[in-house]
Design a protein around this ligand. Structure first.
Ligand code: BES
Ligand code: MN
Ligand code: ZN
Length: 490
């Protein structure tokens, strides 16, 4: 798809379809829109009245115009209240415009949206992300792939001439989000620890990044007993991925992103029962998917920041080799863990990944994980939980994520709850009582980070959507990529 910023006035634009954003209570046609409406034989006013269009956020209408008109189709998208305008409003409005273009089968789309906060670059970036992501349809596993509608080929962004860099940035970030979506949506017989390592290798090759894959034997040498305990029942070899982006010159900061990478989570011998959503556990590598998606975006954006992308990738399976409930594992920092529930496996893989990461001497670590059902109960499907012992880092991340469309809510690291993880025989158990299950999970992870500022993100809710929602289509959402990139660049 080709994007172009142009300065053609709305009343003079010609092409297949023109979509205009209107604020709530700003739907009376004045000024140039009156001129435009005359050219369109009154269609704008007609559809506003007929559909009782009020400019509410997420609302949209479209119609055909007479064949003598300079544009064949016209659409309106609601922007909500003018004082609530954010880049996310623009991302969603642009997605609605893209859906109109798709429905009306147009090739060229003219889009007229306002600038957020005088920031044309941020506005254009959000618009481009919204369009690319709304149009992304994952048909890899459908056999009837030839009945696709004619594709939108060209989008002209009215009033945004000279924003080529922002267009490119939006496209690069969208490619990262799409990679994450496709990794999450693919089933566990397609995306395995081996293909995850291959995906990392493809990124390393394409963008000139360093790649280290630790095989099982390498992990044994490093004493990664927690990660390998989870991996030991699988017929698939575990892969510990360490991908590094190094800028030319001295990096402004060094950070690490660590993603939970369970390509399938059966629960292990504490197997997930009926109604547990076991068939959705292909999504349990959503943290690793976001990590690789962010790597793909960073590889293209080339910021002056050193970034390490890490994931201990495996399946959690059952077999004669499986860890028994009650087994004691020793992590690579020497701490011993009594496995009172084999389904609390993500924290075990992350334990060794965090110990490895801290040795890299970075300034900050962010981990993302589809870690607990408890976090979904607390925050629902749209919001991820954020835990950190470090207020400055937490605030910095929340600020960077604010306009990304990825929603986070900070949760408490209530140290007292770690009492629930006390073990009679080992340093700790891997599972606490049911209440506060997402909090005890984060306290468990904290045992494996000594002093580096660190954030844990529980993305079990927003990793997937069953419904179309704004720029999301049903499937993996690519949650985390935009906020991670925004944080790295901040
Ligand atoms: N991968 C799951 C968490 C999960 C649940 C992700 C639902 C997405 C949707 C994780 O490994 C898990 O099984 N967690 C257990 C922990 C429990 C045994 C302490 C859970 O949340 O039930
Ligand atoms: Mn589990
Ligand atoms: Zn899991």
């Amino acid at each position: 798809m080709e994007f172009r910023g142009i300065d053609t006035p709305r009343a003079e634009w010609t092409g297949d379809c023109l979509v205009i954003g209107l604020f709530e209570d700003g739907v009376e046609l004045t000024g140039d829109l009156t001129t435009l409406d005359h050219k369109l034989a009154g269609t704008l006013q007609e559809i506003i009245s007929e559909a009782e269009f009020k400019g509410k956020a997420e609302s949209s209408i479209s119609a055909r115009v007479g064949s003598q008109s300079p544009v064949r189709k016209v659409g309106l998208v609601g922007l909500g209240k003018v004082e609530h305008l954010t880049p996310e409003t623009l991302r969603r409005a642009a997605a609605a415009a893209a859906r109109i273009a798709q429905k009306e089968r147009v090739k060229t789309l003219g889009l007229s949206l306002p600038t957020w906060n005088g920031n044309a670059a941020a506005s254009v970036q959000a618009v481009v992300e919204g369009i690319e992501l709304a149009l992304h349809q994952d048909t890899r596993f459908k056999s009837d792939s030839d009945e696709k509608p004619p594709k939108l080929e060209r989008v002209e962004l009215l009033g945004f001439a000279g924003q080529d860099a922002a267009i490119t940035k939006g496209q690069q970030i969208a490619l990262g989000v799409i990679l994450a979506r496709e990794l999450v949506s693919a089933p566990a017989n397609i995306v395995t620890p081996i293909t995850m390592a291959e995906t990392a290798a493809a990124i390393a090759n394409e963008y000139g990044m360093e790649l280290e894959i630790l095989e099982k034997e390498d992990c044994e040498k490093l004493g990664m007993g927690a990660f390998l305990g989870v991996a030991q029942a699988s017929d698939m070899p575990p892969k510990f991925i360490h991908l590094t982006y190094r800028p030319v010159g001295t990096p402004r900061k060094k950070v690490a992103i660590v993603g939970k990478g369970l390509t399938f989570d059966s629960g292990g011998l504490n197997i997930k029962g009926a109604g547990s959503g076991i068939e959705m556990m292909k999504t349990d590598m959503g943290g690793a998917a976001a990590t690789l998606g962010a790597a793909k975006a960073i590889g293209q954006l080339k910021p002056d920041v050193e970034v390490h992308f890490i994931s201990a990738v495996t399946e959690n399976m059952i077999s004669g080799h499986a860890i028994h409930p009650g087994d004691i594992l020793t992590a690579s920092n020497g701490k011993t863990i009594e496995i009172n529930n084999t389904d609390a496996e993500g924290r075990l893989t992350l334990a060794d990944a965090l110990v490895f990461t801290e040795k890299l001497g970075v300034d900050a670590i962010v981990d993302l994980a589809t870690l607990t059902g408890a976090c979904v109960v607390a925050l629902g499907d749209d919001i991820a939980g954020l835990w950190s012992p470090n207020d400055d880092l937490a605030n910095q991340f929340l600020e960077a994520a604010q306009h990304s469309g990825d929603k986070y809510w900070r949760m408490p690291m209530e140290e007292k709850y770690f009492e629930g993880m006390k073990s009679v025989v080992a340093d700790m158990k891997n599972t606490g009582p049911r209440p506060g299950g997402a909090i005890t999970a984060s306290l468990f992870l904290k045992q494996f980070v000594k002093e580096t500022p660190w954030i844990h993100l529980d993305i079990a809710g927003p990793v997937w959507t069953d419904k179309e929602n704004g720029y999301h289509n049903p499937g993996g959402t690519g949650f985390g990529v935009r906020s991670l990139v925004s944080w790295v660049l901040s």
